[in-house]
Ligand binder design. Structure first.
Ligand SMILES: [Zn+2]
Length: 423
C-alpha cells in the first residue's frame, strides 16, 4: 500500500518535514488522551496493537514542530494542494504516519473525512462570508477525536476581509484545529505578512522532468517514452503532464498554441492569432464548467419546487429569483476563472517555445521544453538571435502578468501577438 505522500513528486525534503510533524502531532494527541475511560484512547490503543504487523511506530521528534498553521508554497503544478491533502491525511492517520490504508487516511484522500475541509475557490477570490462560516466550523471539536483540518487552496485569492477573518482564527487557534494554506509564494502579494508570520512554511520545488515521468509511468500506467515527452512538455507541472499524456484534446490544444509562432506573418495574422487563442481558451473553459452549471441549476430548480403547486410553492417562488441570480453570479465568476486558467496554460506553452529559441541562440546545454517544435525554435534562434528571442519570451511573460493584474485578456494577448511578430 503506497502511503499518502506517494504522489508528491520530487519533494523529498518537504515530505520529510511533514512526516516528522505528523508523528509529533500524533504524540501530542497521545499525551493529551487520558489513560482510561476514554473511547478515543481505547480505539487508538486497539489500532496500535494491530500495527505490529508492519506499520512502523511514529518516531517522536521534539524538534519536529507540529504547529496549527502551515503554508505550502511552490510553482503551479508542484503539488501544493496534493501536499496539503497528504499532510491532512497523515494528521488523521490512526498510526500518525499517513499509512494510506487506515480509515483516517482513506477518507481524507477521497474527500469524505468529517474533520477535513478542502476549500477550493470557484471564483476569482474567496470572500469574507465563506471564510467566516469556515472558521466557525473549524472551531468545533473534531468528531474523529484527532484534528479539525482546513485546507485552503489558492490562499492568495483571499479577499482582504476574508484574510482578516482567517488571521483572527490563526491568532487564537482552537486547540485541535490545523489550517493548511496553499499559495504560489510567501510574497506579500500572495499572503499577508501577518498571516505569514503565524505559519510554518513548507516550500515545494518544481519537480525534475525525470521524477514526473517516473510517476506517470508508475501510477498512471503511461508508456515510458510518452511519459518522458509529456513531463518535459509540461515543464514540471504534474497534473498538466498527466493530461498531455492521456487526453488527446489537451494535445491538440497544445499543438494549436505551438503553431502560433509560425503563423505570425503580419498585423492581420497577429490579430487572428490573438482571437484564436482567446476563443480556444473560452471553449476549453466552457467545456469544463458547462456540465456542473447545468446540474446546479437543475438541482436548485428542483429544490425551489419549480412547477410545484403545493402550499409552499408561492413562498418558494418569491425567494427563487434571488437564489437563481446568486447561482448565476457564482457560475459566471467560475467561468471567468476557468478561462483565465486555460489561457494561462496556453501562455506557459508559448513561453516554453521562446525559451527554447533563446537557449538555442545562446547554445546553452539544456534540453528543449518542446521536443516536437525544437526544429522550429532552432530556426527562430537563427533568425532572431538571442536578443530577439528574449524580447519575445518577455512579451509572453508580460502578457501573463498583465492578465494577472486584470488587464482585459483580449487586449493583453493582442499586444503580445504584435510584439511576437515585430520582435
Ligand atoms: Zn493511516
Amino acid at each position: 500500500m503506497p502511503d499518502v505522500f506517494a504522489d508528491l513528486v520530487g519533494q523529498d525534503e518537504a515530505v520529510d518535514t511533514l512526516r516528522r510533524a505528523a508523528a509529533a502531532a500524533s504524540a501530542v494527541l497521545r499525551a493529551a488522551a487520558p489513560p482510561t475511560t476514554d473511547a478515543a484512547g481505547d480505539e487508538f490503543d486497539a489500532l496500535a496493537d494491530e500495527s505490529d504487523g508492519g506499520q512502523p511506530a511514529p518516531v517522536v521528534d521534539a524538534g519536529a514542530g507540529m504547529t496549527h498553521a502551515w503554508i505550502f508554497t511552490g510553482p503551479p503544478g508542484s503539488g501544493r494542494s496534493v501536499a496539503a491533502r497528504a499532510f491532512a491525511a497523515a494528521l488523521q492517520c490512526a498510526y500518525g504516519t499517513g499509512c494510506g490504508g487506515c480509515p483516517g487516511c482513506h477518507t481524507t484522500m477521497t474527500g469524505t473525512h468529517a474533520d477535513v475541509r478542502m476549500v477550493v475557490p470557484e471564483g476569482l477570490s474567496i470572500g469574507v462570508n465563506e471564510m467566516r462560516a469556515l472558521v466557525l466550523r473549524a472551531a468545533s471539536t473534531p468528531s474523529g477525536g484527532r484534528w479539525q483540518v482546513v485546507v485552503i487552496e489558492d490562499a492568495d485569492r483571499l479577499t482582504e476581509a476574508a484574510g482578516n477573518a482567517l488571521l483572527k482564527a490563526i491568532e487564537e487557534p482552537p486547540p485541535r484545529t490545523v489550517f493548511l494554506l496553499c499559495a504560489p509564494s510567501t510574497h506579500p502579494d500572495d499572503i499577508s505578512v501577518t498571516i505569514r508570520s503565524r505559519c510554518r512554511v513548507v516550500p515545494l520545488v518544481q519537480p525534475a522532468p525525470e521524477a514526473v515521468a517516473e510517476v506517470l509511468a508508475r501510477r498512471d500506467g503511461v508508456a515510458p517514452d510518452v511519459a518522458r515527452w509529456a513531463a518535459a512538455a509540461a515543464q514540471g507541472h504534474v497534473g498538466r503532464a498527466r493530461r498531455l499524456a492521456r487526453d488527446p484534446e489537451a494535445r491538440t490544444r497544445r499543438e494549436a498554441v505551438l503553431a502560433v509562432p509560425r503563423r505570425l506573418t503580419g498585423v492581420g495574422a497577429a490579430f487572428d492569432a490573438a482571437s484564436a487563442l482567446i476563443e480556444a481558451a473560452e471553449a476549453e473553459a466552457e467545456a469544463s464548467v458547462a456540465e456542473t452549471a447545468a446540474a446546479e441549476r437543475a438541482a436548485l430548480e428542483t429544490a425551489l419546487g419549480a412547477g410545484g403547486t403545493g402550499r409552499g410553492a408561492a413562498g418558494a417562488i418569491r425567494g427563487a429569483a434571488g437564489q437563481l441570480k446568486d447561482l448565476e453570479k457564482r457560475q459566471k465568476s467560475r467561468a471567468t476563472r476557468a478561462q483565465r486558467d486555460a489561457l494561462d496554460r496556453a501562455l506557459v506553452d508559448l513561453a516554453g517555445f521562446y525559451r527554447d529559441a533563446l537557449t538555442m541562440a545562446l547554445r546553452a546545454p539544456v534540453a528543449p521544453v518542446h521536443t516536437d517544435t525544437a526544429a522550429l525554435a532552432g530556426a527562430g534562434a537563427q533568425k532572431w538571435d538571442a536578443e530577439g528571442a528574449l524580447r519575445r519570451l518577455e512579451a509572453v511573460l508580460e502578457c501573463r502578468a498583465a492578465i494577472e493584474a486584470n488587464v482585459k485578456p483580449r487586449i493583453a494577448v493582442e499586444a503580445m501577438m504584435l510584439s511576437l511578430w515585430k520582435g
